[in-house]
Ligand binder design. Structure first.
Ligand SMILES: *Cc1c(COP(=O)(O)O)cnc(C)c1O
Length: 339
């Protein structure tokens, strides 16, 4: 397979059109057989439900070239099931989970020349998404839907390596206790845009949202779960209004079974932040980005791991997870799907 003529080592995190996308339409109560398409533009009614009322859900996962030259994806079954629960929450028909996995493998295969080579630091990002496509003016769910998977090669999410980031405790709310925080809906990102731009204007990398009901407990950032290290413990947030990150759930397993750490998933009061040794943000795009500092309205919490590099335990977690994804470390049963 000849690869595209791309400077893989200098790719940013931007959309680049590849050869094929996968598309399936839902009409008259059922999904069609689906196909690969060279068409990367969507034509729809100006009154489509997604445009008027934001009825859309999405996923994100990656395809990797392993050390021995295979192309693999990481736990796509979890993306399939999470997308099904996101869809149900917005009254959308779920794309069948077995077909989701099949479509992921097919669309990667069709774009093999765009999958970055091993060792380049780049990967192929896959964005499955579903949206209401027919015209809707009175507020109600659409009748017709489209499911697509687009692929795009991406460089590391944070250019210049994993430099620790600074977070601010957000002045805004991300998710209501009984709202949509636990699903991957486009609307959760729309409402985060003002908050993140505001944080950037103030010199912060991201917002760390407290829980909306009491504003006393840690939730997550706009697009990543937060993880903490203290002693030999790996501590993550338990909350019904955070997005169940596949990266975070994988790291919990790695911490316990590969690194012999104790894993705690529980409520984390903001007051406890100053007691942690290391902190990181985790998600598919960046894997783990270390957090050096959190600023809570003037009160600075600086982690002992500092502002220069990842903390040592965070680094071990990062190396183990990426080692599994790149085929350097043996994966737990069922985590790797070969394309
Ligand atoms: C997608 C997402 C994450 C990360 O989930 P992964 O499955 O690890 O990629 C975390 N938080 C939010 C709000 C997200 O949308």
């Amino acid at each position: 397979m000849t690869k595209q003529n791309i400077d893989w080592g200098n790719l940013g995190f931007n959309y680049i059109r590849t050869d094929k996308s996968y598309v399936s339409d839902y009409r008259n109560g059922s999904w069609d057989e689906g196909h690969l398409t060279p068409e990367h533009t969507i034509t729809m009614s100006e009154c489509a439900c997604v445009l008027q009322y934001s009825q859309s859900v999405f996923e994100g996962l990656k395809a990797y070239t392993t050390e021995d030259g295979r192309i693999v994806t990481f736990r796509p079954d979890l993306n399939a099931s999470r997308m099904a629960s996101s869809a149900a929450w917005l009254e959308m028909p779920a794309f069948p989970e077995d077909r989701f996995i099949d479509a992921v493998l097919r669309v990667v295969r069709a774009n093999e020349s765009w999958v970055p080579p091993y060792g380049s630091g780049a990967t192929m990002y896959l964005r499955p998404f579903e949206f209401g496509i027919n015209s809707v003016i009175g507020v109600k769910p659409a009748d017709d839907y489209q499911f697509r998977i687009l692929t795009t090669p991406v460089g590391p999410y944070f250019k210049g390596g994993a430099k620790p980031v600074t977070l601010k405790i957000a002045d805004f709310d991300r998710a209501a206790p009984r709202g949509t925080g636990h699903i991957k809906a486009g609307l959760n990102y729309a409402m985060s845009l003002h908050a993140i731009q505001q944080a950037h204007r103030e010199g912060f990398n991201e917002n760390l949202y407290p829980d909306s009901a009491t504003r006393t407990k840690v939730e997550e950032t706009g697009g990543a779960n937060i993880i903490f290290i203290r002693d030999n413990k790996f501590i993550t947030v338990a909350s019904p209004s955070i997005l169940p990150s596949i990266t975070r759930r994988s790291l919990e397993y790695i911490a316990e079974h590969y690194l012999g750490m104790e894993v705690e998933e529980r409520e984390i009061p903001l007051e406890e932040l100053s007691e942690f040794e290391e902190a990181g943000l985790c998600g598919t795009a960046a894997v783990i980005s270390p957090v050096g500092k959190i600023v809570d309205h003037g009160r600075e919490i600086c982690f002992p791991s500092g502002m220069e590099k990842m903390g040592p335990k965070t680094q071990k977690l990062y190396d183990t997870l990426t080692g599994i994804q790149m085929g350097r470390i043996e994966a737990p049963e069922g985590w790797i799907y070969e394309v």
